[in-house]
Design a protein around this ligand. Sequence first.
Ligand SMILES: Cc1cc2nc3c(=O)[nH]c(=O)nc-3n(C[C@H](O)[C@H](O)[C@H](O)COP(=O)(O)OP(=O)(O)OC[C@H]3O[C@@H](n4cnc5c(N)ncnc54)[C@H](O)[C@@H]3O)c2cc1C
Length: 528
Amino acid sequence: MTASVTNQMSSLLPNTWDEEADVIIVGYGFAGSAAAIAAHDAGATVLLLEKAPEQYKGGNSRVNAQILFWPNDIEKAKTYFKALAGPYMDNISEEMVEVWATEMHANRAYLEGLGMKPVLAGGAEFPEFAGSDCVQMLVHNDKQIAGNDKSSFSLGSNDLLGGERLWNGVTEPALAARKIRTLYETAAVKLVKDDGEVVGLIAEQNGKRISIKANRAVILTCGGFENNPTMVRTYLEGLPHIYPAGTPYNTGDGITMGIDVGADLWHMSNIAGPEFFFKAPDIPVSRWINIPHQDSYLFVGNDGTRFTAEGTPCMGADRHGKTKVHGVWMQQLTPVPVYMVFDEAFRKAGSIGESFACWDVTHGNRYDWSADNLREVDKGWIKRANTIRDLAPLINLAPDVLEATVKRYNTFAKDGTDADYDRAKAYMAPLQAAPYYAMELTPSFVNTQGGPRRNKDAQIIGLDGKPIPRLYSAGELGSIYSFNYNAGGNVGECFAFGRIAGRNAAREAPLRGQAAPAAIPRPAAAKN
Ligand SMILES: Cc1cc2nc3c(=O)[nH]c(=O)nc-3n(C[C@H](O)[C@H](O)[C@H](O)COP(=O)(O)OP(=O)(O)OC[C@H]3O[C@@H](n4cnc5c(N)ncnc54)[C@H](O)[C@@H]3O)c2cc1C
């Protein structure tokens, strides 16, 4: 450990700094890249820190479905935002909503300016909410896809989703063109404050601690706490265990660093989930499950009864982990262990675990799920028996209970009315083709939303309600979403608040003896 760092660890400022730049950005996903582009284009020197090795850069942003929520009307966007938040709106100011709507709207022009070729992949996830007709779900694609102009959310064609298309096609080239300096395998661990201002940070690199000076500001864009089991159990309910589908490098570091300098937190209990995915030792993250155009399946909890209107994650009855209970949107229940029980027709209908977007899919160590699901039966991931009664003990359930559950559901499916959970008629079919199968599902989520509270200028707010000087954030770390969430909203927010953070950080007066950039050009998107 260097002398300078020793000083810092005893709460003194480093005597010398190992690195410095005007703007230090922590985390290289969409939020970090948007902040880097904006700060660079505003004339600042930028240093990007990324905890992961270079091959795993990109965080959740790179491995996600690559959907961008784009509102085509600012006023309607504000209305829709408030409908999404519902009763959880109380700590989000009007000016914050205004900025969110304006910058989300500006995203399209901004991304087109960087080379995006937007294609419509769907509409609002909550079409029944006021303002929803402004919602367009965009993806980046060279070709226009005919017949995909859906008015409500649907996966559309899987060919349109994932595949790193926005990451590889738009943001990575934009950073490369600007020659943004990036330190990989460099994890920020502690912010350094001097006289109330954030003046740099301490990072771990190759087992050593280094000090990095921020002449103008630090921007935290280091994602959520998906992979921090203690935070998950502290801040979220009903999740004794969880396996995220995204990057393993998001471990809540921004929350720890924020708390350390007095940041207020918000939206800690909100996640894009829980969803039911699948996890096995052979697969490094949890796998999205497909419901392959066949509806003879149901979910049961650990007492062998149903607990929800089943469906493909994020689609249908489950909207990013929220389901309607007694007519009210509420968090999905997770009575673990949860099993998906299905029949032979479902087993034959297609691959249950072939995923289009997840960490392992992007990063090459992908598990190749069989098209007929028989390899997974052979592995014991999927249990099989000739009758429901014989299936029950294979998953430690009471045969009478499981039989009664399937019988009751089959009656609903045949009548077309689910009296218990209101699963739509079009998505129900009875389980009647032996043999029968059961597969354990794990609660999962795509990302957390909580973190340090930020304001309309993307400044992190302290417990005293005032901005912590020279500290900004963007992305899923302290996201604006307090409850219901519309697909594509995180990516949109990354660009919206990444731009705001980057340009405002670049405008900060320099710490010591450095001239501010003479003229700070406004990014194109800010004109909208
Ligand atoms: C499978 C999946 C599908 C999804 N699909 C969509 C979608 O289609 N549309 C949508 O809007 N959202 C989607 N999401 C959510 C979305 O991907 C994320 O919310 C968004 O990408 C977050 O971006 P970010 O820049 O804030 O964080 P990330 O992209 O996760 O980047 C954070 C980076 O910070 C790094 N980091 C962490 N700690 C440190 C540290 N201490 N020091 C330095 N670096 C650090 C991480 O390694 C990571 O690279 C999906 C998520 C997943 C997992």
